[in-house]
Design a protein around this ligand. Sequence first.
Ligand code: AMP
Length: 190
Amino acid sequence: MLNLVLFGPPGAGKGTQSEHIIEDYKLVHLSTGNILRAEVEAGTELGKYAKQIMDEGKLVPDEVVIQMISNKIDANPQAQGFIFDGFPRTTPQAQALDELLSNKSTAITCMVSLDVPEDELVSRLVKRGETSGRADDNEGTVRKRFKEYTEKTLPVATYYQAQNKLFSVDGVGSLDEIYGRIKSVLSRYV
Ligand code: AMP
């Protein structure tokens, strides 16, 4: 199996690049942000609970997102691999993911981290907010999301670096240029 963690700050292009990767590598795309937004849209209890946290730019508790990911892994027994987008976002989430995959006799293959300077991220996200309809794509919330990222999510890169699985890729350029850089990392494994 090819199990990829696509990592990077909000606005780095994880969702966009995931779309290319899942097509070429036939992976199942698991985005905790997308799953949570679908719950909000459907008006479920989980959605009602998560909406306020998301609108404030904070992280939803670990146990909630870990359970979501566990359910999705179980729901895809035929998967040739997964691309994790926006997950794990804390070290406990990364540890839980290792355990979930190990129970399925598999593991994370590598983490690809998209590096983009903060000024570029803010302008991308504010621009995205004009069309995305996302309540959290505005400058105030974006700053809070960066703070959460720096404090809680960046250590996840160190976690995978310690396993020699971290690859950093320049996330600035055309979509094709960035995708080419990701493919050259993945070519080590497939
Ligand atoms: P995203 O679409 O990945 O930017 O996620 C949007 C929002 O959903 C985040 O700002 C968090 O509030 C929540 N969220 C998504 N993934 C996670 C996660 N792995 N852990 C905690 N909260 C998450």
